[in-house]
Design a protein around this ligand. Structure first.
Ligand SMILES: *[C@@H]1O[C@H](CO)[C@@H](O)[C@H](O)[C@H]1NC(C)=O
Ligand SMILES: *[C@@H]1O[C@H](CO)[C@@H](O)[C@H](O)[C@H]1NC(C)=O
Ligand SMILES: *[C@@H]1O[C@H](CO)[C@@H](O)[C@H](O)[C@H]1NC(C)=O
Ligand SMILES: *[C@@H]1O[C@H](CO)[C@@H](O)[C@H](O)[C@H]1NC(C)=O
Ligand SMILES: *[C@@H]1O[C@H](CO)[C@@H](O)[C@H](O)[C@H]1NC(C)=O
Ligand SMILES: *[C@@H]1O[C@H](CO)[C@@H](O)[C@H](O)[C@H]1NC(C)=O
Ligand SMILES: *[C@@H]1O[C@H](CO)[C@@H](O)[C@H](O)[C@H]1NC(C)=O
Ligand SMILES: *[C@@H]1O[C@H](CO)[C@@H](O)[C@H](O)[C@H]1NC(C)=O
Ligand SMILES: *[C@@H]1O[C@H](CO)[C@@H](O)[C@H](O)[C@H]1NC(C)=O
Ligand SMILES: *[C@@H]1O[C@H](CO)[C@@H](O)[C@H](O)[C@H]1NC(C)=O
Length: 530
């Protein structure tokens, strides 16, 4: 296998260092490639499309389709093949162009000078280029800490609380230009952490907060059994990472230049990447699609996907009914909260609102959470902050201002409790009971209909029997009692009466639309006579 890969990737190159390491005194010229130990990834120079610009980066070595997962000099390509990768005197790995071998185009930028002669750059089989001292094993820098647009298994997204590291995905500019685009996916530093996709400075989509087993806004993670996800939020860092339980699965997640997050898995049989998941994909996914205090329900999308949360009404009704939801909703009665007995209306299967300004206490139970919210007049809603996946809930998230970007799902999602005043609570309670009344009414009319049907069938059967006995007496029988009944005659022993076309045309006023009653499974139905 090894030989095959080496031949495959080195045949058209001048040299191929079949090695995963660049030593401190070595350099890598354009055309040379290093391969990770398992030969899953390669590191070296590459071009994209028909362009002659040369970039340094990491790509899949075993995949026939060029798939770059990391780029070093993404904003400063080399315009010829004179590029060189080598260590600077201070121990940084640098990319140089021939025009200036003293000023690098790109550098690992480790601030401390590294003097160890045993310093190397090594490409790991997870696709991580690591600067480390082989003697002590100390790492100085790794490409996983400086992702471009691709989130590989075992990478981390998020920030460290000290040290200022922030691992952000930044899209390419276009499929053939790996330069820094303006779509980013980053861990929000404000409030309770969530990943936010930005389009320039605009929030475009968010994962929702981590709720124990998955992101609140990624219900598909329930089914992602081949991925083991883990989220860390402690004094040192806030980060998200995932692994693949089946090591033979090749998968990557990326932010593309249009602002879509896509996960692909490699289908070796067909030699292609298969889109496993992508987001945003429906109206309700777009950040704050229904404005402040509205929520998005994709199931009701034949009418309006946006509804105001309980206790709220559209700020500008006219805009709302023109399906312009940007104005959002405001409280029906500005002064009624926190006066008399408030209560909560439960929104089930929800993606909870943006947690940027939410408060969190992981030590409370859901019941205590409710009490805390009731006891604080600025609290407008609450939800549990952590699910263990088997019904256990703990932690308390409370909202204290406008609620933004709430939506519901068909089956997944969590419970979100919205504070309402006494009047609104009564309305929702009566809504509940009126729904019950409606159900009873439907049941009554259904059984009435069934009884009516039975009566009709009974009458029909009786008539049929009578008819048969008449037929047996072999008389010509006219069935209908219209003015032209004479022309409508049975032929003996026919199951169905047959009429010729003229007769029917005359009877239905030449199939006039005035005579059309409707259409059924067997065709249109006409009434006879004018
Ligand atoms: C990689 O290269 C270094 C130096 O050239 C050499 O010492 C080492 O044995 C090589 N490793 C492999 C696996 O070829
Ligand atoms: C390549 O870019 C350098 C500047 O980085 C410029 O001086 C040089 O003329 C360019 N060469 C070509 C062939 O475009
Ligand atoms: C290379 O860059 C350095 C630092 O900017 C500068 O001093 C030097 O003159 C440059 N050399 C060439 C050949 O451009
Ligand atoms: C390295 O530092 C220089 C100067 O601070 C900066 O312009 C450059 O973008 C940095 N490069 C990387 C790869 O972080
Ligand atoms: C993002 O970049 C694209 C081109 O790369 C540009 O057309 C677009 O206007 C930019 N969007 C924002 C929000 O900056
Ligand atoms: C995921 O599971 C694999 C195999 O069980 C394990 O090697 C890996 O460390 C796990 N990764 C994470 C992020 O939990
Ligand atoms: C708003 O609520 C207050 C207190 O419950 C009540 O007195 C007032 O009549 C309400 N206003 C409207 C417009 O319903
Ligand atoms: C959080 O509060 C700030 C300051 O009041 C406000 O500008 C921002 O819109 C709020 N964010 C959300 C998601 O409500
Ligand atoms: C939450 O509980 C833990 C242990 O039960 C305790 O160490 C911590 O101080 C508590 N935090 C708060 C905010 O009460
Ligand atoms: C209500 O909650 C907010 C946000 O957590 C907090 O700032 C405020 O002090 C609380 N008010 C009371 C009376 O507890």
């Amino acid at each position: 296998m090894k030989i095959v890969f080496v031949i495959f990737f080195c045949s058209f190159l001048q040299t191929c260092i079949s090695n995963d390491t660049i030593m401190r005194r070595q350099s890598l010229r354009d055309g040379e490639v290093i391969l990770s130990e398992g030969e899953r990834f390669a590191f070296g120079f590459f071009s994209l499309g028909v362009s002659n610009l040369r970039y340094v980066g990491i790509w899949y070595a075993q995949i026939s389709e060029q798939t770059v997962v990391w780029v070093a000099n993404r904003d400063r390509p080399i315009n010829d093949t004179s590029g060189l990768i080598k260590f600077s005197g201070r121990g940084n790995l640098c990319v140089y162009a021939s025009v200036n071998r003293t000023e690098p185009l790109w550098s690992t930028n480790v601030s401390d000078s590294i003097s160890q002669p045993t310093l190397v750059a090594r490409l790991s089989n997870t696709g991580n280029l690591v600067l480390l001292d082989t003697l002590t094993g100390r790492g100085y820098w790794e490409s996983f800490d400086h992702p471009t647009d691709t989130f590989l298994p075992f990478m981390k997204l998020g920030f460290t609380r000290k040290g200022g590291l922030d691992r952000v995905l930044t899209s390419w500019r276009s499929p053939n230009d790996p330069g820094s685009g303006n779509r980013t996916l980053r861990m929000d530093r404000r409030g309770f952490p969530e990943l936010i996709l930005h389009k320039g400075t605009i929030q475009w989509w968010r994962t929702g907060p981590w709720t124990g087993l998955r992101w609140s806004g990624v219900p598909e993670m329930n089914r992602g059994y081949i991925f083991n996800n883990s989220f860390v939020n402690n004094q040192d860092e806030v980060s998200f990472t995932y692994g693949v339980t089946d090591a033979s699965v090749i998968t990557r997640l990326l932010v593309n230049e249009r602002g879509t997050i896509q996960r692909f898995t490699w289908i070796a049989r067909d030699n292609r990447w298969n889109e496993f998941w992508s987001v945003p994909k429906e109206e309700c996914d777009y950040y704050a699609h229904c404005g402040v205090n509205g929520f998005c329900d994709p199931i009701s999308s034949e009418t309006f996907e946006c509804t105001c949360l309980p206790g709220f009404e559209p700020k500008i009704t006219r805009h709302w009914f023109l399906r312009d939801y940007t104005g959002g909703c405001s409280r029906k009665n500005q002064t009624s909260l926190c006066r008399e007995k408030d209560g909560f209306v439960k929104l089930t299967h929800a993606k909870i609102p943006d947690t940027e300004n939410a408060s969190v206490d992981m030590n409370l139970t859901l019941k205590e959470c409710r009490q805390r919210c009731l006891g604080n007049c600025s609290c407008v809603g609450y939800a549990s902050a952590y699910h263990d996946g088997v019904g256990g809930e703990r932690g308390c998230l409370t909202w204290h201002g406008d609620m933004l970007d709430t939506r519901t799902y068909l089956n997944s999602g969590q419970d979100f409790y919205i504070r309402v005043d006494k009047e609104e609570l009564a309305r929702w309670d009566s809504n509940g009971s009126s729904r019950k009344t409606r159900v009873v009414l439907v049941l009554i009319s259904l059984s009435a209909a069934v009884m009516l049907l039975m009566v009709i069938v009974f009458c029909f059967v009786r008539k049929r029997r009578k008819l048969n006995s008449l037929r047996r007496s072999s008389t010509t029988f006219s069935m209908v009692s219209f003015d032209f009944e004479d022309s409508l005659k049975f032929e003996d022993d026919r199951e169905l009466p047959l009429f010729d076309l003229h007769t029917i045309a005359a009877a239905t006023d030449n199939f006039s639309s005035h005579n059309k009653l409707g259409a059924g499974g067997f065709g249109p139905v006409y009434k006879v006579g004018k």
